[in-house]
Design a protein around this ligand. Structure first.
Ligand code: ADP
Length: 258
């Protein structure tokens, strides 16, 4: 971000971006809940060229025990990028970046989980990036909160996430890979629609106050759309589960109407 220069025109004469998007347009987003049988909850997110899986285990007894909190659950996150997720093979294993992303995602999720209901336990969130194309922390956080809901973990609300940024002196939404590499700034945002709170906010690059405000507002607006896609994924999951278990749920009602 920021430092790299390029001859690529990030915004053309018509004001469109490399992939044809308008400045305030998000990449296509698809979410599926409950995709893994072995996890307590899971979600799969495809966001542009990003492909991200999240799995949740818990609440379960917290190990190592010295991390246990007698008053609340500990939300732990491990974000990992697969070696094959980027153009050049990524060296496997944790690094400074993955530690940072794991930490900020765990903090964002801690804000919404009713941790006080589950003292001494740990709620473990695993995020695996299978294909990366910029914005993986937002895709990861978005997937993780759907996976938590799928696991039945009580929460104030879902966290929805999206980034804004600046490329070719224009504030834009949801940066793609080239925009991330050659752009001027990136602002990932995590937002809780029900409480109107921002639970993740980072900034990389240079922005004026006005650009920053415009970017954050743009990202929050997009988070509200991401939230709808998250809710739809959970509704589909509950309908399918109700149909599987023979419980008359929305799926049954729909079938009857059809
Ligand atoms: P985010 O994925 O949240 O935007 P960054 O801004 O740190 O996080 O990374 C932007 C993009 O750069 C990633 O989505 C990925 O496509 C690429 N990237 C990150 N780390 C590596 C790496 N070690 N090797 C190759 N590409 C990487």
């Amino acid at each position: 971000m920021g430092g790299m220069t390029t001859d690529i025109k990030l915004i053309d004469e018509k004001g469109l971006r490399l992939d044809g998007r308008r400045p305030d347009e998000m990449r296509p987003l698809r979410i599926e809940a409950g995709v893994l049988k072995r996890a307590d909850g899971s979600a799969y997110v495809e966001w542009g060229l990003n492909k991200v899986m999240a799995a949740v285990y818990g609440p379960r007894e917290c190990h190592p025990r010295h991390l246990q909190n007698p008053e609340r659950a500990l939300v732990q996150c491990i974000y990992n990028m697969a070696s094959f997720s980027v153009d050049d093979r990524k060296r496997p294993g944790p690094d400074r970046r993955s530690h940072e992303i794991s930490k900020i995602i765990a903090e964002a999720l801690t804000h919404v989980v009713f941790t006080e209901y589950f003292p001494r336990t740990s709620i473990d969130v695993y995020i695996e990036v299978l294909q990366a194309n910029a914005g993986t922390r937002c895709a990861g956080l978005t997937a993780a909160s759907v996976a938590l809901a799928d696991a039945g973990v009580p929460m104030r609300d879902l966290v929805a996430s999206c980034a804004a940024g600046k490329v070719a002196d224009t504030v834009v939404l949801d940066l793609g890979k080239e925009e991330d590499n050659f752009g001027q700034a990136d602002i990932p945002v995590g937002f809780v629609p029900r409480t109107n709170e921002i639970v993740l906010l980072q900034m990389d690059g240079d922005l004026t106050n006005d650009e920053f405000t415009k970017g954050v507002n743009m990202a929050v607006g997009a988070c509200k759309k991401v939230y709808e896609v998250q809710r739809d994924a959970l509704k589909r999951r509950y309908s399918a589960r109700a149909a599987d278990e023979g419980v008359p749920g929305p799926a049954e009602e729909k079938r009857e109407v059809a």
